[in-house]
Design a protein around this ligand. Structure first.
Ligand code: SF4
Length: 186
């Protein structure tokens, strides 16, 4: 029996109103492309670690290798809160057998690459990775991960699909029935 292709995703990309301003970032094309074939596992690190909606926006600050997660105006440091929640969450995600994850780009919590990291000088090179995304990649180095910006490119999307099904085959030990159907869409 095939296990479902469980694909983690930043919850705001599915249309959940979890962003700091109470809005969402629904990505219709992404959702439509994958909806019939995957079981989404939405995750919003900022809300799930106990922050409210709406909330003060945050940024990464300090050393890009070990940045702090700090609110933009009042300077409240949520780094330890996020780290504590992340370790528990990753353990529960591990038990679910995820095949991959789609991250929201540019987020200080969920961004996979080129997230701004502010220094004391006010400069913000795009050298960072959101705290949750960084911990996810460290815990699951062999799982396919992408962000919604890169997945807008058909070639990147196709490659992601291929890697997703490889993991799915490893989990279910047989080709997933959705595999040929999904591939025919590209
Ligand atoms: S980018 Fe991540 S932390 Fe921010 S609202 Fe979306 S899921 Fe939540």
């Amino acid at each position: 029996m095939n296990t479902p292709l469980r694909l983690g995703i930043s919850a705001c990309l599915l249309g959940e109103k979890v962003r700091y301003d109470g809005g969402h970032k629904l990505d219709r094309s992404l959702k439509e492309a994958f909806d019939r074939y995957v079981e989404w596992v939405p995750v919003c690190p900022e809300v799930e670690c106990g922050l409210s909606v709406p909330r003060e926006p945050m940024r990464l600050v300090g050393d890009p290798a070990t940045p702090r997660l700090v609110t933009e105006v009042s300077g409240v440091d949520h780094t330890e809160r996020m780290h504590r929640w992340t370790q528990k969450k990753l353990s529960s995600l591990e038990k679910m057998g995820l095949c991959g994850f789609v991250f929201k780009s540019r987020s200080p919590s969920s961004g996979l690459r080129r997230v701004k990291v502010y220094s004391g000088l006010g400069e913000a090179p795009r050298l960072g990775r959101g705290l949750f995304a960084a911990a996810f990649v460290e815990r699951f180095p062999h799982l396919p991960v992408e962000d919604e910006e890169r997945l807008a490119d058909p070639k990147v999307r196709e490659n992601f699909i291929e890697r997703l099904f490889v993991v799915g085959r490893q989990h279910s030990l047989s080709p997933h029935p959705a595999e040929s159907m999904l591939r025919n869409r590209w």
